[in-house]
Ligand binder design. Structure first.
Ligand code: PEP
Ligand code: MG
Length: 913
């Protein structure tokens, strides 16, 4: 262990590469994102203050040993300190030429819930005096020293930061000043002493004067912060594994808070909200890094630096361009200017809104920086989802504005429309959302890492302070929560739990509407609308690349006869209008038309009920004859809209009682009538019939193919309607591809019974109409037995479609109507199930059954078409499973088609051999 390398200086990136075997992602795992990039920037000649990184391996070893540094680590840290001294010409703890460093955590994935930075390590009573002699700036030195005591106290020693802030506020009040900048050298000197007293009082020991002791404790604090509550909560929410560990970065201090030509800032190489290819950021002259992030003073737009420090701005532009070209990705950088010299303190891939993610990916392809495949991999399916999320209805917003409901405007930090009730702290926000089922808008002056649980539970976030790079903004963007920050007109009163703005008061529990796209805040609830995909040209382009990737021949290796292109995306659509939307969203077929939905329309329902209640076959046929034209025109529109593409029409599925009046309500009416001495024979007969249809387990009762066996007349009418419509459409010059789907099959004999009868009708209609077209008869796989006997089923069925809603219900034995309400949410919360199997396919169970079904089915019918039309068809993780087991397509709601197209292409790329 002693000869294991635990510490790498920023010059040693090559050693780190050698240690991990060369891959950059492994260097990042070893040094953390921040450390790896500091070393990489050093390698490519970008000015980075000298320093070193203690590895994540050291952190994990420290935790595994019960909070003990691994052997050799501290000595290596001391040696790296020596190298840093040589590179800077300064000495740690030496009053003559004191070296000061910062100490920061740096995990492989950026985690706002982790330990913050401690600046100015190395300052003590002696080196402070040395610094004064050196800089001649006593005010600057004691401001730096009190910052160290404060940060060290709060971050390393765990003292509540308010203890320090309260003393500072009190001090300023006594002095009659508002701003920190109004305080003089002597004030900071006094405050440093006061802060040291706080440490002594809270911890029982003195603020450590030994710089190496400061460094050692700070290193330990970073390691320990990995398992702090905030960090663990954050990792749980973001799905980051708990065993990665964090690195510790020790970096020479450079000062942006010198009087002359000094400053500090943060910037993105492109606009992280819109994706526009233009430097975007903020800076402050004469300030330290945290001043910008905390929004203590209003920062200037980065473009102003061009006027204030033109040389520095020019160099900064060159550096950011170099970084973007080097990483081939939009960067988020931190920098400090010390006496006119520019230093880069951090670079990382910038977080961005969904809109910006798409634009940047598409632009970078045009610029030749990345290829189409990379672009497709750079956008998360959930981001596409965000882009299709509701926005406020323009007119409703204008009306709200006219009636004086626009109460504030802040920074549009994370796009989307959010409406909800206002709560002023994270715990209440979380509680009202999770337990109370309310839509919540969390309102705070600003947010901190321990607010994240409340933010995640909120529909929207609103702050009165902070800017586009504040904590609230960064976290909201990452999780796609609409957010407005820095709405400074809002007067938030935490005691009263209310906010006031120009005479209007909003109390806890009142409604607000927050527009994260524009930064506007409205009183009350505003109506929102779904955005149009057609207007989002960059997204359309990206999705067309996704389709190209999915359509690549042989991208999937598969047995003979199986699909070797990627997944197609079809849609579930019942009406021509849905089909048109699905097609415009890029669907390549209709995977499910639930015909029974049409039965519920007001003019049709009475006929359907007559049909169900008929005593004789003739009576039933009369009702069905009336329904036939309706169904025919439904299907006609669908085939026309989808001309040239397959349309799967499912025959009637639900239990018949669903079409009848509610049994309990009928009973009540009949009883009331009887009590009032009125007799209503018709109602009583209806009640008797409805009672006759009653089943104890309707989901397992007379539905699906069973209905066709018991009452073949209904499906006969439907098949006639399907083929008459297809023939008419064909005669009008369109190209119908009907596929008739029989639901809920469990036994091959069910198909043997019904399918030939239906095929006969198909042939008959084509004969009558004098046209021919290709068609298929197939079945849904929703009953486990159908999957287990798929080899037999495929002898008759020409295609399969997984109805994973029912298949999940019957494989788990969980009622799809009641499970979530009764126990499933608890199951997921308690970790009994990793996730809700009605949302994401349970690959270990249901998924295995699907896999077996596909193999058995294609064992009989080698090029059997297999798809999925349950809700899982629009879920990216489930889509990946469907890809792996060899499905031809996934079918989902039209609104999820764009998400599915991207997810399907990503599956093709991720699984390519
Ligand atoms: C299914 O069961 O997955 C399915 C698509 O059918 P329905 O939801 O209509 O039962
Ligand atoms: Mg079903």
């Amino acid at each position: 262990m002693a000869d294991h390398k635990w510490v790498y200086t920023f010059q040693e990136v090559e050693e780190a590469e050698k240690h991990v075997g060369g891959a950059w992602k492994d260097v990042r795992s070893l040094l953390g994102g921040k450390g790896a990039n500091l070393a990489e920037m050093t390698r490519i000649g970008i000015p980075v203050p000298p320093g070193f990184t203690v590895t994540t391996e050291a952190c994990n070893a420290y935790i595994a040993a019960g909070n003990k540094f691994p052997e050799g680590m501290w000595d290596q840290e001391l040696a790296a300190m020596k190298t840093t001294e040589e590179l800077t010409g300064k000495k740690f703890g030496d009053p003559e030429k004191p070296l000061l460093v910062s100490c920061r955590s740096g995990a492989v994935k950026s985690m706002p819930g982790m330990m913050d930075t401690v600046l100015n390590i190395g300052l003590n009573d002696e080196t402070a005096k040395g610094m004064v002699a050196l800089t001649g700036d006593e005010r600057f030195v004691y401001d730096a020293y009190r910052r160290l005591v404060q940060m060290f106290g709060s971050v390393v020693l765990g003292i509540d930061d308010e203890a320090f802030e309260d003393v500072l506020d009190e001090y300023k009040k006594d002095k009659g000043v508002d701003m920190d900048t109004d305080l003089k050298a002597d004030d900071w000197k006094k405050l440093t002493l006061e802060f040291q007293k706080i440490v002594k009082k809270e911890k029982g020991f003195d603020f450590p004067q030994d710089p190496y002791e400061q460094l050692r404790l700070a290193t330990e604090a970073v390691f320990a912060s990995w398992n702090g509550k905030r960090a663990v909560d954050y990792r749980n929410a973001a799905g980051i594994p708990h065993d990665l560990g964090t690195a510790v970065n020790v970096v020479t201090m450079v000062f942006g808070n010198m009087e002359e030509a000094s400053g500090t800032g943060v910037a993105f190489t492109r606009n992280p909200s819109t994706g526009e290819d233009k430097l975007w950021g903020e800076y402050l002259l004469n300030a330290q890094g945290e001043d910008v992030v905390a929004g203590i003073r209003n920062a200037d737009d980065i473009s102003k630096l061009k006027e204030e420090l033109p040389e520095v701005y020019k160099q900064f532009q060159e550096i950011t361009e170099k970084l973007e070209n080097h990483y081939r990705e939009m960067q988020d950088v931190e920098f400090t200017i010390e006496l006119g010299k520019l230093w880069m303190l951090q670079t990382r891939d910038g977080k961005r809104t969904a809109k910006a993610a798409v634009k940047i990916a598409v632009d970078m392809v045009a610029e030749g920086l990345i290829n189409k495949e990379e672009a497709v991999m750079r956008v998360e399916p959930s981001q596409v989802d965000t882009l299709l999320h509701p926005q406020f209805d323009h007119q409703a917003k204008q009306e709200a504005e006219k009636s004086g409901k626009l109460i504030a405007k802040g920074v549009n930090a994370s796009p989307g429309a959010a409406v909800g009730r206002v709560y002023f702290d994270a715990d209440t926000a979380e509680e009202r959302s999770k337990k109370g089922g309310q839509d919540v808008i969390m309102v705070r002056p600003f947010t901190k890492p321990d607010d994240v649980h409340g933010m995640l539970a909120s529909k929207g976030i609103l702050t009165s302070e902070g800017g586009a790079t504040s904590h609230a903004a960064v976290v909201a963007r990452q999780f796609g929560i609409p957010c407005v920050v820095g709405a400074s007109e809002l007067q938030i009163n935490m005691q009263e739990r209310s906010l006031e703005v120009s005479g209007k008061k909003v109390k806890e529990g009142d409604y607000l509407s927050v527009d994260g796209t524009t930064g506007e805040v409205f009183l009350g609830e505003i109506h929102s609308v779904a955005p149009s995909l057609e207007e989002q040209t960059e997204l359309m382009e990206l999705l067309s690349w996704a389709d190209e990737i999915s359509a690549t021949k042989d991208i999937r290796s598969a047995p003979k006869g199986w699909p070797t292109r990627g997944l197609m995306v079809w849609a579930n659509a019942d009406y021509p209008e849905d089909a048109r939307r699905a097609r415009s969203y890029g669907a390549q077929g209709i995977g499910l038309c639930r015909t029974e939905h049409m039965f519920f329309e007001p003019e049709r329902l009475p006929i359907v009920q007559k049909m169900i209640l008929a005593d004789t076959v003739e009576e039933r046929q009369t009702a069905l004859d009336k329904l036939l034209p309706y169904q025919r025109s439904d299907f006609d529109g669908l085939f026309e809209a989808m001309t040239g593409l397959p349309v799967i029409i499912r025959l009637i599925d639900p239990p018949l009682h669903e079409f009848m009046p509610d049994e309990h309500e009928l009973l009540e009416e009949v009883i009331t009538n009887r009590i009032e001495g009125k007799e209503d024979k018709e109602k009583e007969a209806l009640l008797a019939s409805v009672q006759g249809l009653h089943e104890s387990n309707p989901m397992m009762g007379l539905r699906g193919v069973r209905l066709s066996v018991v009452m073949p007349e209904i499906v006969s009418m439907q098949v006639r309607a399907i083929f008459e419509a297809a023939a008419d459409v064909k005669l009008r010059g369109f190209e119908p591809h009907p596929e008739v789907m029989i639901p809920l099959t469990g036994h091959i004999n069910e198909l043997h019974f019904i399918q030939p009868k239906l095929e006969e009708i198909a042939k008959q209609v084509m004969g009558e109409k004098g046209v021919e077209f290709a068609y298929k008869f197939g079945t849904m796989i929703e009953i486990p037995r159908a999957g287990l006997t798929a080899d037999e089923i495929a002898e008759v069925a020409e295609f399969f479609s997984f109805g994973t809603n029912d298949l999940t219900q019957f494989t788990f034995g969980y009622s799809r109507d009641d499970a979530e309400r009764n126990f499933l949410v608890k199951y997921v919360e308690d970790g009994i199930l990793p996730r809700n199997p009605f949302q994401t396919i349970d690959t270990h169970g249901v998924g295995q059954l699907m896999d077996l079904t596909v193999k058995k089915g294609r064992g009989t019918r080698v090029n059997l078409e297999v798809g999925i039309c349950g809700e899982h068809g629009g879920d990216p993780e489930s889509i990946d499973w469907c890809y792996k087991i060899g499905l031809n397509y996934v079918s989902c709601s039209p609104f999820r088609v764009p998400v599915a197209r991207l997810a399907a292409a990503q599956s093709a790329l991720n699984n390519r051999e």
